[in-house]
Ligand binder design. Structure first.
Ligand SMILES: *Cc1c(COP(=O)(O)O)cnc(C)c1O
Length: 482
């Protein structure tokens, strides 16, 4: 299987190359040139790691089978407490696919626990021996998930930059208590934009690349446009479908709808790949918060990023430029020229409009909706009171949108974070006075709901803080060069 750029079909590389490079030249994204077809009957009863191996083998054709088997087993076994792909009924016809049983309690673990291994192996496949230095700017979830994934790996170092005043107490402690000799964590004075702009500048700075190259170090990023982060997310759509069949919720071969809390469009796009591989998926419902640029696009065909940016209680979905959408545009239009044109319009004017044919093809597969913080809070309350189901602020947005987009088919809502990661907002939604501290709030949430907080979050306030350095945005370059 070869990969090509969404903006230039002449650029063709292997899977290993796509994963080492991350971005294609001229900012295109790497996409597979075909959709490997699923063998549903043979895959139906596989364990999660076995299924992951089969799905990935179709895409990562230059990786050894034995490596994939070992990597998927070591990633999705114990680290997910036997709950990788765990799917449970919430109420009639509606199911939750709980993706937060990994080490950092957010769905990004599915990709970030595996991708570092894929990167190390890709370098091995390509005969590369340099050190890789990963730089990550994070508003919270990605930083910890990346640290946990890359810690202790050979030939890799990772530095994470988070906004001093921009993360929750839990998210900050998750990062600054990270163990491992190859990790570094910095607080950056300012907000997420300051941290992100600083890191982007370092990536674009040729003098940094030169200086590092002389020390045999190459920079790389861990963000969600890397194919190595997208591919592992395809697996759980299959796994959830098979569990619904097993539970008698859907007849074999009949469709299931999925509703996905969406930010950068990576998670929901993985569902589209599953569908193109032959999984009976009905609608993929894209759920947004008040930053509803995707809702408008999927309904009208006009993407318009020229709008107010809102900070919401579902911060991982606060995004105006949804990078992975470019891959979908390529797959439905099958035209690099069109994609390059739309992306040029977006960069130059902040907006673009796709043609009617492209929009029609998108709407055959996708529906969309959004919910604001108030609606999300009401949803957390209702699901808990009516169904005994406790969900986080991101998942709540999806439950809300799912309700307005029901068809005859069962609906699976992707549950992307543990409610204990956002204990103050969840408590408030349940009608309780939330204490100032996240840890106090976690305890109250346990008392109120009789559910245990994940152990990895409970221990955070007793772990040694390893990183306390605070830098200014202009010092990110120096930190990256250390
Ligand atoms: C990252 C994230 C999302 C959004 O996923 P995308 O792949 O960026 O669309 C949703 N919920 C949570 C909790 C996340 O961390």
């Amino acid at each position: 299987m070869q990969y090509q750029s969404t903006r230039d079909s002449r650029i063709r590389v292997s899977a290993s190359e796509a994963i080492v490079r991350g971005l294609a030249p001229q900012s295109g994204l790497f996409v597979p040139e075909a959709f490997p077809q699923a063998d549903l009957a043979a895959w139906k009863n596989l364990s999660y790691p076995e299924l992951a191996q089969r799905v990935l083998a179709g895409y990562l054709t230059d990786y050894q089978e034995q490596f994939l088997e070992q990597a998927t087993t070591s990633t999705y076994g114990d680290a997910f407490g036997g709950k990788a792909g765990y799917t449970r009924k919430v109420h009639d016809g509606v199911y939750a696919l709980e993706l937060w049983h990994g080490p950092t309690c957010a769905f990004k673990d599915y990709a970030l626990q595996l991708m570092p291994k894929l990167l190390v192996e890709a370098k091995h496949n390509l005969g590369r021996t340099e050190k890789t230095r990963i730089l990550v700017a994070t508003s919270g979830d990605t930083g910890k998930a990346a640290l946990a994934g890359y810690a202790g790996l050979d030939g890799i170092e990772i530095s994470v930059f988070y906004p001093d005043a921009g993360t929750s107490e839990i998210q900050r402690l998750q990062m600054v208590t990270q163990t491992g000799e190859n990790v570094r964590v910095y607080a950056v004075e300012g907000n997420f934009d300051d941290a992100q702009t600083g890191v982007k500048r370092v990536f674009a700075d040729a003098s940094v690349a030169d200086a590092l190259e002389r020390r045999d170090i190459r920079l790389s990023s861990a963000n969600s446009i890397n194919w190595g982060r997208l591919a592992p997310q395809i697996v759980y759509y299959f796994y959830a479908y098979f569990r619904l069949v097993e539970q008698g919720a859907v007849a074999w071969g009949h469709p299931v709808d999925f509703c996905v809390p969406t930010g950068n469009f990576g998670d929901i796009l993985a569902g589209y790949y599953a569908k193109r591989m032959g999984l009976p998926v009905g609608k993929l419902v894209c759920a947004s918060n008040k930053n509803n640029v995707l809702t408008d696009f999927l309904r009208t065909g006009t993407y318009d990023a020229r709008r107010t940016f809102y900070k919401t209680t579902s911060p991982s979905m606060d995004i105006l430029i949804s990078s992975n959408l470019e891959r979908l545009l390529y797959h439905v239009s099958e035209s690099c020229e069109k994609v390059a044109g739309w992306m040029k319009d977006l960069a130059e004017t902040g907006t673009y409009t796709v043609d009617a044919d492209t929009l029609a093809k998108i709407q055959q597969n996708f529906a969309a909706g959004y919910a604001d913080d108030m609606q999300g809070a009401a949803e957390i309350h209702d699901r808990f009171v009516q169904d005994g189901y406790l969900c986080d602020t991101h998942t709540a947005v999806a439950f809300c949108v799912a309700e307005n987009n029901r068809s005859e088919a069962p609906m699976v809502v992707l549950s992307t974070a543990s409610p204990f990661k956002f204990p103050r907002d969840v408590l408030a939604a349940l009608g309780e006075q939330a204490p100032e501290s996240d840890f106090a709030a976690m305890k109250c949430l346990t008392e109120k709901t009789k559910q245990q907080a994940p152990a990895s979050l409970c221990v955070l306030d007793s772990l040694p803080v390893r990183f306390s350095e605070k830098i200014r945005p202009e010092e990110i370059r120096a930190a990256a060069l250390r």
